[in-house]
Design a protein around this ligand. Structure first.
Ligand SMILES: Nc1ncnc2c1ncn2[C@@H]1O[C@H](COP(=O)(O)OP(=O)(O)O)[C@@H](O)[C@H]1O
Ligand SMILES: [Mg+2]
Length: 283
């Protein structure tokens, strides 16, 4: 049975950190599938539950996680590009955000240089960087670019868990299917332990035939994954502009409640244990 909590109650939950931090990547080969929105909300959810969360922005485009939650750092701050170019470590480019417990590895449009200059050894770079800085974090959240470039491959090679993103429209079912093969190759060649932990249907109306058909198809295609629907709300579109998670910008919005519930559903799948559980708070 699912518990129903208020936004303030969701914030009272607490998690126990694990010996090694899970690394959860959000992927889809297309833009506009809710990767950044989901990475920012889940980052904020797990930070609220007491974990030290780091969000890595792997997208060179506008409307990125770095625009949404800008690093609290001096102008001219270093970025993920400097890590790929061998100038800085991941720890050196990590900066706090306005959200307590949530830090960011920022990117700018200059990140595109990784794809044009192809620095050697990029595939294994992020795995090594996360390992070198492992003690400082309880959860790594990776927001990928809408393409399977070097940065995305490096992210997938470094991840323990993947959320495949889909937007409820016929075309996006194709997008989700398109991820299956590359993920299989990443698993086989670079990262045998990678798990497809969830398939997130963002901007979903739940009631249409299309939505129901998609749940059925995705459940069949990804039998081990949690297939989960996030409803539509214009508040999700507005939140980046105020540089706040939807969770705090519109706490009572169905989208915010959906991300709290999704976070709770991911807890056992990521291997976390509650110190203060939803059931305890609901009592
Ligand atoms: N639940 C939602 N309801 C309505 N719009 C949404 C929702 N989630 C995301 N969006 C909007 O959809 C667009 C794409 O989302 P985004 O998270 O930036 O995707 P991606 O990172 O995959 O490109 C953005 O304009 C975003 O505000
Ligand atoms: Mg994005």
């Amino acid at each position: 049975m699912e518990v129903t909590l208020t936004p303030a109650q969701w914030r009272q939950l607490r998690l126990k950190p694990m010996a090694t931090a899970p690394r959860l990547a959000f992927v889809n080969r297309k833009g506009g599938s809710g990767k950044t929105t989901s990475a920012v909300q889940l980052g904020a959810v797990f930070a609220a539950w007491g974990l030290r969360v780091r969000l890595t922005d792997g997208d060179a485009q506008m409307a990125s996680a770095s625009y949404w939650l800008p690093p609290q750092a001096e102008r001219g701050y270093p970025t993920l590009l400097d890590v790929f170019m061998g100038e800085r470590s991941l720890a050196e480019v990590t900066a706090p955000t306005s959200v307590d417990g949530l830090s960011i590895v920022p990117s700018l449009d200059t990140l595109a240089r990784v794809e044009s200059e192809r620095p050697p050894g990029s595939d294994g770079l992020l795995a090594a960087e996360y390992a070198a800085d492992a003690e400082a974090w309880d959860l790594e959240v990776l927001d990928a670019a809408p393409a399977l470039g070097l940065v995305t491959v490096s992210m997938l090679a470094a991840s323990t868990d993947v959320c495949v993103m889909v937007k409820t429209s016929t075309l996006d079912l194709v997008g989700a299917a398109e991820m299956a093969k590359p993920l299989e190759l990443i698993k086989r060649r670079l990262n045998p332990d990678l798990q497809i932990t969830a398939v997130l249907m963002v901007d979903d109306d739940r009631t249409s035939t299309l939505s129901r058909d998609m749940v059925e198809r995705l459940t069949a295609d990804y039998p081990d994954a949690l297939v989960y629907q996030i409803p539509h709300s214009v508040r999700a579109r507005e939140a980046p502009g105020v540089h706040e998670p939807v969770l705090s910008y519109a706490p009572d919005n169905p989208v915010s409640l959906a991300y709290w519930r999704l976070g709770a559903a991911l807890v056992p799948r990521l291997g976390f244990q509650w110190v203060v559980s939803p059931e305890e708070i609901a009592r």
